[in-house]
Design a protein around this ligand. Structure first.
Ligand code: ACO
Length: 308
């Protein structure tokens, strides 16, 4: 039994915040941000709610998969910026979409949220407990960014991405491995109703090492080598992290998908947005082997190898 991504969608807020706009807000420069991170601009949800972004992304995924909202059995929404304290944003999304027969819940695994969600959704599909699961990564990080802190405010953006997963298509998850280590929680966290705190340098090194190691582990579980992979889609945190990862894996950047210049780090939304854009651009085709990897607050990290 397979696990297929039958539909993909993404949604971004309309407001574009460029590096030049940030130059007017904090002591920074386009040159510093571009060379240290690869980011040129990001989207900020001034008018859009988290659930609205998740809804637009999900609707596109359902339409592409030709799936009726009433046929969705489970909705998993990964976010670290939920709409309310409770209920889960997934329940608000459920009612907006009209997925009357589904059960819906949020998961919190920071930038690894989409991969953790894929692990949960994939397990439900493999166990025969559901045939169609909607998996969404959505963030409004602009709400928890300190706009006076130049070391963090230049990095993050808002957005949502969604996939409709089915047990009836031709795709499959060949291997996956998730990790967390709460010992490092202070490297990246936000207090309740507080701002993002980050130790960037430590995170950078841990991100490269842990993503490289887990990618190698997943390839080894699948009995494949990196040369078999068509595309690597890492969490979009910093282009230099992606370049260092590519070097550790022994691949060129042409095999690594990146859209960080347009959106910055959108945490749980970054991989599904990148997946959808890669597909729309023809970089990802049916039957391709794609390696997804992420690392974020928790710390959490993991990798998933898919046949798309
Ligand atoms: N503009 C100008 N100068 C700045 C800015 C800014 N926006 N931010 C920091 N600086 C200054 C610092 O104050 C420091 O000045 P000093 O030398 O006078 O003290 C100098 O630039 C160098 O700062 P560093 O922190 O050493 O810069 P670094 O090269 O490490 O880059 C960065 C910082 C981009 C945050 C990098 O460490 C990084 O990307 N880390 C990974 C963090 C990350 O991606 N987090 C997202 C979530 S986790 C994940 O997704 C993996």
């Amino acid at each position: 039994m397979g696990i297929s991504i039958e539909g993909l969608g993404y949604a971004l807020p309309s407001h574009v915040l460029t590096n030049f706009d940030l130059e007017k807000m904090v002591d920074t420069s386009d040159d510093w941000i571009t060379t240290r991170t690869g980011i040129k601009e990001r989207r900020i949800a001034k008018k859009e709610s988290l659930v609205e972004l998740a809804y637009r992304a999900s609707l596109d995924a359902l339409n592409m998969a030709c799936v009726n909202p009433e046929d969705v059995e489970v909705i998993v929404l990964a976010t670290l910026t939920p709409e309310l304290g409770f209920p889960a944003s997934a329940c608000l999304l459920q009612t907006n979409l009209g997925c009357r027969k589904a059960y819906a819940f949020d998961i919190s695994a920071a930038c690894s949220g989409f991969l953790y969600g894929l692990e949960i959704a994939g397990s439900l599909l493999l166990a025969g407990r559901a045939k169609r699961v909607l998996l969404v990564g959505a963030e409004k990080l602009s709400q928890i960014v300190n706009w006076e802190d130049r070391s963090t405010c230049v990095l993050f953006g808002d957005g949502a991405g969604a996939v409709l997963l089915s047990s009836e298509g031709n795709g499959e998850i060949l291997a996956s491995r998730m990790y967390s280590d709460g010992n490092h929680w202070e490297i990246l966290f936000a207090e309740r109703c507080g701002y993002i705190n980050m130790k960037g340098k430590e995170l950078f090194k841990l991100a490269v090492r842990s993503m490289a190691e887990v990618c190698e582990e997943v390839l080894s579980i699948a009995g494949l080598s990196v040369s078999d992979i068509n595309l690597v889609i890492p969490h979009q945190a910093n282009i230099r992290i992606m370049e260092a990862l590519a070097e550790r894996l022994g691949i060129g950047m042409e095999k690594v998908y990146s859209n960080i210049h347009k959106y910055g780090n959108t945490s749980a939304a970054s991989i599904p947005i990148a997946l959808c854009e890669a597909y729309n651009e023809g970089r990802l085709k049916r039957g391709d082997l794609v390696l997804l990897t992420a690392m974020g607050g928790g710390l959490t990290w993991g990798a998933t190898l898919l046949r798309f």
